[in-house]
Design a protein around this ligand. Structure first.
Ligand code: NAD
Ligand code: WQD
Length: 339
């Protein structure tokens, strides 16, 4: 298959790119490198021993997107490109709607121009908001409390509307829970710019000595140890689900959502403890105030993905922490050249 990967230079994109190449597909990456470095793709080339095309393309530029998509003529698109920081989205909502929603509208026009009917879309468990019940199934009501989440909801709605209007259109909407970890080589991994927003890169940077302490955002939640509980999923399991979803698009029609999670909750303190064990490092932490907008617990019911995509997560917390540490320890400053 000819597969276009938008946002393929990013954290989830590089790991997925590697597995899509390993599955034998021809790949072209579109990315504007606004939150990634070309070095990640160079490393994927070396690891995969395969070539692929890369076009420095901004999804906001519809004309060039259409031309380049027609040039590559994909059979399917995996659409990662977008902005993803919840707090920033509250400060800069228009940037989020422009990159995520308008960028996706442009992409859908480009796919139409290139006669491509299949998309695998990066959605998020954030579309469930503060859950009514756990574990969360795909039928749980959809809602969101911030512009980032609403951008994902709008895109999901657009995909469902488009599928209703075009019988030949297929969208696998993948709702990721909390992706963490890195490729086992330690060559590619999560490399956030500035202060990490997410727990795992924060723990990893404290472990490697780049930051002093992990702030635990609240220990008075209604959870077993009082700290937030999430469904962490290994990035390689997540990447593998995309290969399964690509296959799924080949013999299904319509828009369908799938939860990608392990199905088990892990608390902040459990994560810190598991990382300390995997790295052999002390992880200093202190209890801080709750973070605005956080919820107590969130974990998936991944039954549908198992039944319909034939996919389930295989890697556990120890592998998530060990691979994340291997990446951070080998690349203390991420992809920076003087690392
Ligand atoms: P990332 O920032 O590492 O990757 C996104 C990539 O998209 C980057 O390489 C960035 O340069 C590119 N990009 C952004 N705007 C673009 C534009 N207008 N045109 C072209 N390229 C653009 O993020 P990630 O963690 O790999 O996430 C990938 C996708 O998965 C995102 O859509 C994100 O919302 C979604 N997601 C991520 C998580 C997570 O925890 N990492 C969870 C749920 C959903
Ligand atoms: C996990 C737990 C924090 C950092 C976010 C987005 C979501 C999705 C994934 C894209 C929570 C606690 C965190 C820290 C902490 N992204 N924490 N100290 O909030 O579940 O989800 O990323 O779609 O949309 O909202 O992930 O890693 O930020 O937090 O105590 O320095 O760790 O309070 O309980 P979250 P996270």
């Amino acid at each position: 298959m000819r597969v276009l990967i938008t946002g393929g230079a990013g954290y989830l994109g590089t790991h997925t790119l590697l597995q899509v190449l390993a599955a034998g597909h021809e790949v072209c990456v579109f990315d504007n490198l606004s939150n990634s470095s070309p070095e990640g793709m160079e490393r994927v080339k070396a690891l995969s021993n395969r070539t692929f095309e890369f076009r420095n393309t901004d999804l906001r530029d519809r004309e060039s997107l259409i031309e380049r998509t027609k040039d590559f003529a994909p059979d399917a698109v995996i659409h990662f490109a977008g902005l993803k920081a919840v707090g920033e989205s509250v400060e800069k909502p228009l940037e989020y709607y422009e990159n995520n929603v308008q960028g996706t509208i442009n992409l859908l026009y480009a796919m139409e121009a290139a006669n491509c009917q299949n998309i695998v879309f990066s959605s998020s468990a954030t579309v469930y908001g503060d859950p009514d019940f756990l574990p969360i199934t795909e039928d749980h009501p959809l809602r969101s409390t911030n512009p980032y989440g609403r951008s994902k909801l709008h895109i999901e709605e657009m995909l469902r509307d488009l599928a209703a209007s075009k019988p030949e259109f297929t969208a696998a909407i993948l709702r990721y829970f909390n992706p963490v970890g890195a490729h086992k080589s330690g060559q590619i991994g999560e490399d956030p710019m500035g202060i990490p927003n997410n727990l795992m890169p924060m723990i990893a940077q404290v472990a490697v000595g780049r930051r002093e302490v992990v702030k635990v955002f609240g220990n008075d939640y209604d959870t077993p140890d009082g700290t937030g509980v999430r469904d962490y999923i290994h990035v390689n399991d997540l990447a593998r689900a995309h290969v399964a979803a690509l296959d799924w698009t080949q013999d299904h029609k319509g828009a369908r959502a799938f939860n990608l999670g392990v199905g088990q909750g892990v608390s902040v303190l459990e994560m810190i403890e598991a990382f300390a064990k995997a790295s052999g490092r002390d992880i200093p932490f202190e209890i801080a105030a709750r973070r605005a907008g956080d919820i107590a617990s969130c974990y998936a019911d991944p039954t549908r993905a198992r039944a319909e995509l034939g996919w389930s997560a295989e890697l556990g917390l120890d592998e998530m922490c060990a691979s994340s540490w291997n990446w951070q320890d080998s690349n203390p400053r991420g992809y920076e050249p003087d690392a």
